[in-house]
Design a protein around this ligand. Structure first.
Ligand code: ATP
Ligand code: SKM
Ligand code: MG
Length: 195
């Protein structure tokens, strides 16, 4: 007899895969929300390719994000990010995890909106701070009071992340559970739009 737990998990993947069709699934949200780590699991579950825009930018430029910011400044970084995102979104389905500022840029957001289903991983300040304070690879947080900077970014950006098609609350639960919630959100959105 089939295991009912396994059957539920299989059906979650299958239903989410069917709901997504040929569209991309694009994860947006602040630094530390879990876009890269949860996105990778979601792609594996769906059996479709995973790409991370920060990693892709580092690959094409052969520089780290910190080096890019230091050498060319944020504006040039954003222009490169827009071009890379446009290319990554051309063929679907893929799971695309974005850098924290991608969805905030008007031009990049237009490509994301056109390129598939966007999902905001929304987290509170303490969750984000606990995660990002462990590494100092994020140029925007190299300030005197990085926690305050993160809070300022939240206040400025949350009204824009809200424009994403879907939202999932990112919290300190297993990443696999977060991934399941992303899959469920994709299914629910499809069901609602069909109703
Ligand atoms: N659900 C979770 N529970 C515990 N730790 C998590 C969870 N999700 C992510 N993390 C950890 O938080 C850190 C940041 O996660 P991740 O790199 O996926 O975030 P991000 O949204 O891609 O950030 P950035 O915008 O800087 O790329 C990583 O160390 C990751 O392992
Ligand atoms: O939130 C942001 O603006 C950024 C987040 C990172 O993912 C990187 O894309 C870069 O450090 C900028
Ligand atoms: Mg990331």
């Amino acid at each position: 007899m089939s295991d009912p737990v396994l059957t539920v998990a299989e059906s979650l993947k299958d239903r989410a895969r069917a709901a997504l069709g040929s569209r991309n699934l694009i994860l947006v949200g602040l630094m530390g929300a879990g876009k890269s780590s949860v996105g990778r699991i979601v792609a594996h579950q769906l059996g479709i390719p995973f790409v991370d825009s920060d990693a892709e930018i580092e690959k094409v430029s052969r520089m780290s994000i910190s080096e890019l910011f230091a050498a060319y400044g944020e504006e040039e970084f954003r222009a490169l990010e827009t071009r890379v995102m446009k290319r990554l979104l051309k063929n679907g389905p893929r799971v695309v995890s974005t850098g924290g500022g991608a969805f905030i840029n008007d031009r990049t957001r237009k490509h994301i909106k056109k390129g598939g289903v966007s999902i905001w991983l929304k987290a509170d300040l303490d969750v984000l701070w606990e995660r990002v304070s462990k590494r100092d690879t994020r140029p925007l947080l190299k300030t005197e009071n990085p926690k305050q900077t993160l809070e300022n970014l939240m206040n400025a950006r949350y009204p824009i992340y809200e424009l994403a098609d879907l939202t999932v609350l990112s919290r300190d639960v297993r990443k696999e559970l977060m991934a399941d919630e992303v899959l469920q959100a994709v299914i629910d959105a499809r069901t609602e739009s069909a109703a």
